[in-house]
Design a protein around this ligand. Structure first.
Ligand SMILES: Cc1ncc(COP(=O)(O)O)c(C=O)c1O
Length: 320
């Protein structure tokens, strides 16, 4: 773990050390007013046994954007990227071979000791980067996921969906647990007013032999780094990429075509196939309801790049 504090208007020197608990004053800003944001990215062990970090700069940029929108001190990009590299380097021996990886979790919290600061930003903050080995998201092989479509409740607010803050996740928890219990869904696809946003932990895309269609970026959902990577790979493989409004009606119409596919994209999900939608009590298969070949082709394009099995013309991989 690496950590650094923001005090007296300035960042200190990041320190690398073993994972250990932090002590918080009970009046710490984060414990009362939710001043916290985080990131999630991975380092992969390549076929050549070299460990490389995937799209660190994009995750650092998103964390800086989250910090700014939450009125937290914004960590300098080079300091945060160096912390990520230092922690990865120190954990190199523990990075499993693919499909495992090293998960990196930069986190920023407001620490000012003042319960009276509800309407004031935290003057002090703590930034840390945790790391730990993770296995494959699908332990028993890739299986198509079931999504419950939620048209009443948004995942979070229209303005702050693009912020990677714990508050957004806890707000999505109750509808997700209810959908799991009531209809056996893996995730909820939030589509307030019938316009698709994303799920609780991944972006959503429609895929077929020629096209990838996904909601255009708005402030209402997280701008996934995996989404951006997959769209780039899709364009370079001749797919037409459409970033625009996607309605629930369109998704249901799409699902009824025999060659239709859909997927969830994210650092954990990579590109996970969606086989079934649950809408107003009806279960609707997407295409065959199975694992789509075009989704798997795009997924492999990304995982091959992660492990250096194909060249990286985009400069997305960096050494620790
Ligand atoms: C709510 C949400 N949307 C989308 C994503 C995908 O983002 P990324 O591809 O940067 O991991 C995530 C994180 O994995 C997420 O938590």
């Amino acid at each position: 773990m690496s950590h650094v504090r923001f005090e007296d208007g300035a960042w200190g020197e990041p320190e690398l050390g073993p994972v250990q608990p932090f002590a918080f004053h009970p009046a710490a800003h984060v414990l009362h007013y939710g001043s916290a944001c985080f990131e999630g990215l991975k380092a992969h062990r390549g076929q050549d046994n070299v460990v490389r970090i995937f799209r660190a700069a994009a995750h650092v940029a998103r964390m800086r954007q989250s910090a700014g929108l939450l009125c937290l001190p914004v960590p300098p990009a080079d300091m945060l990227e160096t912390m990520i590299r230092t922690v990865t380097k120190a954990s190199e021996a523990e990075v499993p071979a693919a499909p495992g990886s090293l998960y990196l979790r930069p986190t920023l919290v407001g620490t000012e000791e003042n319960v009276g600061a509800a309407a004031a930003p935290s003057a002090t903050a703590l930034l840390f980067v945790l790391a730990g080995p993770v296995g494959d998201y699908f332990s028993g092989g890739i299986r198509p996921l079931t999504l419950a479509i939620e048209t009443e409740q948004p995942r979070t607010t229209p303005q702050y969906g693009m912020v990677k803050s714990g508050a957004n996740y806890v707000m999505a928890l109750r509808p997700t647990l209810e959908a799991k219990k009531n209809v056996g869904a893996d995730q909820v696809l939030f589509a307030p007013g019938g316009v698709v946003q994303e799920t609780g932990a991944a972006n959503f895309m429609l895929i077929d032999a020629e096209r990838v269609i996904t909601p255009a970026l708005t402030t209402s959902f997280l701008h996934g780094v995996t989404r951006d990577s997959l769209l780039t790979l899709a364009r370079d493989r001749g797919f037409t990429v459409e970033e625009r409004d996607v309605t629930v009606d369109e998704v249901i119409e799409w699902a009824r075509r025999p060659d239709a596919e859909a997927g969830l994209s994210g650092t954990a999900a990579v590109l996970s196939p969606v086989g079934t939608l649950v809408h107003k009590g009806e279960r609707i298969a997407i295409g065959t309801g199975g694992v789509g070949e075009h989704s798997m082709r795009l997924r492999s394009a990304l995982t091959d790049l992660h492990i250096g099995a194909v060249p990286d013309p985009y400069g997305w991989l960096t050494l620790p």
